[in-house]
Design a protein around this ligand. Structure first.
Ligand code: XBP
Ligand code: MG
Length: 252
């Protein structure tokens, strides 16, 4: 029987609901600071989330005709400004962690499970979340912070998961990914991982046919149980996600 060795967490939408009230707002602040009239409203931004990566997302909006033509340097400059605004929003406490995230991380860490991050987000944005929301001790508790342009192809490509797996030298069959989006799920599965998906407002209508477990959130012991949206491996019944459930997901 396989035992759980490692859990790799996505960041945006998984650890925290950062997109609508964090990244989106920061993009709009950067557009305004650059005297651009473009505003990404909630639904426009939802459609643009099909493209992972902030710079890539701006480039897509240029292609869509939403913004004037920009070269890569201009996009990088605009995105750097966005990252600064995002860091400030996070520092100001705009975004809490999702239910169950810290509880599950603490439980896994205490049990000696290797923990890592595999995200499309810019490292500076991830650092802000760890420093201001999770606690600086998590810089050491995560064995790898795989983020942003460290790999050439962002999710749904498997590169960022493959990078983390290589860095950690862990067994993919004993590693579980936690994701929130179809792009993230596709990335994790292409790297050969089991994947738990917790949906959010932007992703609940994505296609998650490959998910090994599809839930509303990780849940907490003292609140209502999680909503189970798909349980293809018949792991129910459970009330919330704990280490024992993650263990069962890889030992099937
Ligand atoms: C997250 C993203 C990110 C953020 C913005 O995808 O696509 O691009 O929206 O981040 P995932 P940056 O959760 O699948 O990793 O602006 O820092 O790129
Ligand atoms: Mg995500």
């Amino acid at each position: 029987m396989k035992s759980l060795q490692c859990v790799l967490f996505d960041v945006d939408g998984t650890l925290a609901d950062t997109e609508r009230d964090g990244h989106r707002v920061a993009f709009n602040m950067a557009f305004e600071a650059a005297d651009m009239s473009r505003v990404w409203d909630v639904s426009t931004y939802g459609a643009l989330l099909a493209v992972t990566g902030g710079k890539e997302r701006i480039r897509q909006d240029v292609v869509n005709g939403g913004m004037p033509a920009m070269d890569d340097d201009q996009i990088a400059e605009l995105h750097a400004a966005k990252t600064k605004f995002y860091q400030q929003l996070i520092a100001d406490g705009a975004i809490p962690l999702r239910p169950g995230v810290m509880r599950l991380l603490e439980e896994c860490y205490a049990a000696g499970i290797t923990l890592g991050i595999s995200t499309t987000t810019t490292p500076a944005a991830l650092d802000a979340l760890i420093h201001h929301v999770m606690g600086a001790e998590w810089f050491d508790r995560f064995a790898v912070l795989a983020a942003g342009d460290i790999v050439p192809a962002k999710k749904p490509a498997p590169d960022i998961y493959n990078y983390a797996l290589e860095q950690l030298a862990v067994d993919p069959q004993r590693t579980l990914a936690v994701e929130d989006s179809a792009n993230g799920l596709q990335s994790a599965k292409a790297a050969g991982l089991s994947c738990l998906v917790t949906v959010n407002g932007y992703t609940r209508n994505h296609h998650f046919d490959d998910a090994d477990l599809l839930l509303s959130d990780l849940g907490e012991p003292d609140s209502d149980g999680v909503a189970v949206l798909a349980d293809p491996h018949h792991l129910e019944p459970f009330h919330h996600v704990d280490l024992a459930l993650l263990q069962r997901m890889v030992s099937r």
